[in-house]
Design a protein around this ligand. Structure first.
Ligand code: SF4
Length: 63
């Protein structure tokens, strides 16, 4: 996204099935390429992982 992805805004590269449209492509942002999953972030299931993501989005929201 040209101005970066604001917190709470869906990435334009996120497909309907939650896959990244840029995965494996050179234009995928470096921050996404360098991201590594962890137990703290992923939790034990999808709901726990999404809950962690919501906390990050709220913690990094501007304004
Ligand atoms: S990995 Fe990065 S580019 Fe791909 S959908 Fe997620 S935030 Fe967007």
């Amino acid at each position: 996204m040209p101005q970066g992805k604001p917190a709470g805004v869906r990435c334009v590269q996120l497909l309907a099935d939650f896959r990244c449209a840029l995965f494996g492509k050179p234009e995928r942002p470096a921050v996404c390429v360098s991201f590594r999953p962890s137990e703290e972030m992923c939790g034990g299931n999808r709901l726990e992982a999404l809950s962690f993501l919501v906390k990050l989005e709220l913690a990094t929201q501007v304004g």
